[in-house]
Design a protein around this ligand. Structure first.
Ligand code: SAM
Ligand code: DTB
Ligand code: SF4
Length: 336
């Protein structure tokens, strides 16, 4: 029987996992991973920034906050034609999910009207859809669900006690509330955070503990390594030890055994060897395509060569009904 899902992790338990000798930690993560996943498969999603820059929030890591001078060229919401062309190209390159990101604090209802059109257009190409648009009302979440959106990305970013060091224009509670609305609308959640922002190991454990103790584990858990962008307050932060990054991935895998753990931002500056360790530690999805939202990502040829080198292959797209079935049989909180 697969390891049951838990929602009652203590900080001490999570820290004890971080403290394990690395081979033991990777062994445990890999064992849990194989209970529910094929260790040779990696899910690939392509990102597109559909509305770039000019954001009123002050997230200290983000090149899109209007208040930081990062040299970024902002643009308004892209047209349906442009997004459709980009999604078709992503599909042709082998992506199975297309994730649209907008630099909003919270979309207006008329923004949602337009995003609904984009979701319909991307879905019509046979791609799974994901969006990250900021805080949502319950009604907005429902409208996105009705349009056929599969996932909503909304990150907790860091531990509750470190959040105030990174963002001052909204509260942790605001993030939790939007996640509640997303779950209530029946959307799958993509929720994770960023490491390498100067947080302590205890705070990395706090982020993962909070994610695992949500009422339902996020189906997708992006672990981003901070991309340091000149002009943002976090530019110049001491680099996180790459082995500590691997530990973070492994602990995420152990705490959330049925979730896709995404090796997210930061891959452009990671060696093949570091990424190989992350896959061995239970990461099973990546962003694929030469750009994240505004910063670089490895190009597709490089990733395909990495997959070939490691004997990995892209995960086939899961049909909607199969996903629902898998959630009911693997997540006790859904089955209960
Ligand atoms: N504005 C919306 C929001 O904040 O929810 C959606 C877009 S926002 C850019 C999506 C996520 O990208 C953030 O929550 C953060 O985790 C991640 N991110 C932004 N800048 C980053 C950076 N420099 N390094 C790593 N991750 C970053
Ligand atoms: C997530 O957790 N990481 C992605 C996606 N969700 C939207 C975004 C990473 C952004 C990195 C900085 C940039 O390219 O602007
Ligand atoms: Fe705005 Fe999102 Fe960037 Fe924060 S992370 S500044 S909310 S775009």
């Amino acid at each position: 029987m697969a390891t049951p899902l838990r929602h009652d992790w203590t900080r001490a338990e999570v820290l004890a996992l971080f403290d394990l000798p690395l081979p033991e930690l990777i062994f445990r993560a890999q064992s849990v991973h194989r209970e529910r996943f094929d260790p040779a498969e990696v899910q690939v999603s392509t990102l597109l920034s559909i509305k770039t820059g000019g954001c009123p929030e002050d997230c200290a890591y983000c090149p899109q906050a209007a208040r930081y001078d990062t040299g970024l060229k902002p643009h308004k919401l892209l047209s349906v034609e442009e997004v459709t062309a980009r999604a078709a190209a992503a599909k042709a390159a082998g992506a199975t999910r297309f994730c649209m990101g907008a630099a909003w604090r919270a979309p207006k209802d008329r923004d949602i009207d337009k995003v609904v059109e984009l979701v319909r257009a991307v879905r019509a190409l046979g791609l799974e859809t994901c969006a990250t648009l900021g805080m949502l009302t319950p009604e907005q979440a429902l409208r996105l669900k009705e349009a056929g959106l599969a996932y909503y990305n909304h990150n907790l970013d860091t531990a509750p006690e470190y959040y105030g060091e990174i963002i001052h224009t909204r509260e942790y509670e605001d993030r939790l509330r939007t996640l509640e609305h997303v779950r209530a609308a029946g959307l799958k959640t993509c929720c994770g955070g960023i490491v390498g922002m100067g947080e302590s190991r205890e705070q990395r454990a706090g982020l993962l503990q909070t994610l695992a103790n949500l009422p339902e584990h996020p189906q997708s858990v992006p672990i981003n390594r901070l991309v340091q962008v000149p002009g943002t307050p976090l530019h110049g932060t001491a680099e996180l030890d790459p082995i500590e990054f691997v530990r973070t991935i492994a602990v995420a895998r152990i705490l959330m055994p049925a979730s896709m753990v995404r090796l997210s931002a930061g891959r452009a500056s990671m060696s093949d060897e570091l990424q190989a360790l992350c896959f061995a530690a239970g990461a099973n999805s990546i962003f694929y395509g030469e750009k994240l939202l505004t910063t670089g990502n490895p190009d597709t040829e490089k990733d395909l060569a990495l997959f070939a080198r490691l004997g990995l292959r892209p995960m086939p797209q899961v049909e909607e009904e199969q996903v629902v079935h898998a959630r009911i049989t693997t997540d006790d909180s859904v089955a209960a």
